[in-house]
Design a protein around this ligand. Structure first.
Ligand code: TYD
Length: 195
């Protein structure tokens, strides 16, 4: 039987990537076999996307949405093989496409190009944070903002995330203003029933 798959989501600057590392470490200390990964992935299409996010390449929004969906399909083969013996934590998954790419594009189209990403996370941890605080955090760590990192964009994306959280019980809302260790404990409690 495959092990379980968990996604960490939220607007840029919400702290999900750091928290994912803390959770992986806590699980490893409990003796659990864990693999961490992210989307955009490290695979060929993921690399193209990362170049576009830092403006080294320029794609239409529609092309970028297709690339995110294509990267996800390629990456799924790898995730599925890892799930045979490890629990997988991913930094972003399908909900990122729904929350981010549906800002400029039609939501039904985004859902349809992602239709074959049938592997569903057992739980998605949605890190919720005021975009103003998120941008302050980003500015402390980086000099050039990435593609989506501006206030009006992040406000729309946050709202999309919250709308999905209202209708999907597998999405766990996480208050990203809480201390790091409190959040690690909270998330591990949600994962424990699936160990
Ligand atoms: P992010 O996860 O913040 O990575 P890093 O910390 O390395 O910058 O950046 C990925 C960006 O890609 C983020 O702005 C969200 C966006 N994105 C989409 O628009 N659609 C998607 O399907 C995914 C996976 C990410």
């Amino acid at each position: 039987m495959l092990k379980f798959f968990f996604a960490f989501e939220g607007i840029d600057g919400a702290g999900k990537s750091l928290q994912l590392k803390h959770c992986a470490k806590a699980l490893q200390e409990m003796g659990v076999s864990v693999v961490t990964t992210c989307q955009p992935s490290h695979l060929a299409i993921g690399k193209l996307i990362r170049d576009a996010l830092v403006n080294k390449l320029d794609f239409e929004e529609t092309t970028l949405a297709l690339l995110f969906a294509a990267d996800r399909l390629e990456h799924l083969k790898e995730i599925e093989s890892q799930l045979t013996d490890s629990l997988v934590l991913t930094d972003r998954y399908l909900l990122s496409s729904l929350a981010y790419n549906a800002s400029a594009l039609d939501k039904a189209w985004i859902e349809s190009i992602n239709r074959y990403a049938t592997l569903k996370p057992k739980k998605t941890f949605l890190f919720d944070l005021d975009p103003k605080i998120a941008l302050e955090r980003i500015q402390k760590n980086r000099t050039t903002p990435e593609h989506y990192e501006n206030l009006s964009h992040l406000e729309v994306i946050r709202q999309h995330y919250l709308d999905y959280a209202k209708v999907d019980e597998s999405i766990i809302l996480i208050d990203a203003t809480k201390p790091i260790t409190t959040l690690t404990d909270e998330i591990i409690e949600h994962i424990k029933p699936y160990l």
